[in-house]
Write a protein that binds this ligand. Structure first.
Ligand SMILES: N[C@@H](CCC(=O)N[C@@H](CS)C(=O)NCC(=O)O)C(=O)O
Length: 216
């Protein structure tokens, strides 16, 4: 039975999971949860995810939310020995750090730039652009070392998380990222290494960007 990914392609967290499944060639069924239609508040969805956010992965009788935990689970359960989530403790720790950083710092900084306009019709806080600039500088330095986010010699879940976030920012077009040379080079390279990139991330990031632009 294929695993089920419940979500929407525009959602960056859902795209982290989709890219992980595609990279590992794990068969999956995409079950659309339309947030605009309130699908996430329906009793059948709350049964698999009481926190009513997307994505949720269903693997047999196991249901899990939180995209980065799902990505780690998918590699552990379906991609044993994959270099996407290295097992050496220190290397894995850096990948984990990047994933936490992505959730708490990188995607947060992007959200602070785009969500006020999208959901409240307001401009971002005056400090949001400066914070994003600092965060992008950190990530530019991270990818500079080996060309991958966690300093590895190949792509890991850290790269997939950063790709989901960065592509959202690029497609929103609300911030000039051209000065972050290594970050842009990393993005172009890693996109080419992600299987079915457009289906797994590109199309959804564009949809998210268009949604943002429609609110301008
Ligand atoms: N930390 C969560 C965030 C998930 C999240 O915020 N999803 C948003 C869409 S991008 C959502 O479902 N919002 C609706 C809700 O929380 O009810 C993850 O990475 O899975």
């Amino acid at each position: 039975m294929p695993v089920e990914l419940h979500g929407m392609p525009a959602s960056a967290p859902c795209r982290i999971v989709a890219m992980t499944l595609e990279c590992l060639e794990v068969p999956y069924e995409y079950k659309t949860v339309d947030l605009m239609a309130g699908d996430h508040m329906k009793p059948e969805y709350l049964k698999i995810n009481p926190q009513h956010n997307i994505p949720t992965l269903v693997d047999g009788d196991f249901a899990l939310n939180e995209s980065r935990a799902i990505a780690a689970y998918v590699v552990n359960a379906h991609g044993k020995d994959s270099k996407l989530y290295p097992t050496e403790p220190k290397v894995r720790a850096v990948v984990d750090k990047c994933m936490y950083f992505d959730m708490g710092v990188f995607y947060k900084a992007i959200g602070d730039m785009i969500y006020p306009k999208m959901f409240e019709g307001k401009d971002p806080a005056p400090t949001a652009a400066d914070k994003l600039k600092e965060v992008l500088g950190w990530i530019n330095d991270m990818v500079k070392k080996t060309g991958y986010a966690a300093g590895t010699d190949s792509m890991t879940l850290a790269d997939l998380c950063f790709v989901a976030s960065f592509s959202t920012l690029v497609e929103a077009g609300c911030y000039d990222v051209s000065g972050f040379t290594e970050l842009n080079a990393w993005f172009e390279k890693v996109k080419g290494e992600i299987k079915n990139y457009e289906k797994a991330n590109g199309e959804g990031a564009t949809a998210m960007g268009n949604w943002y632009k429609s609110k301008k």
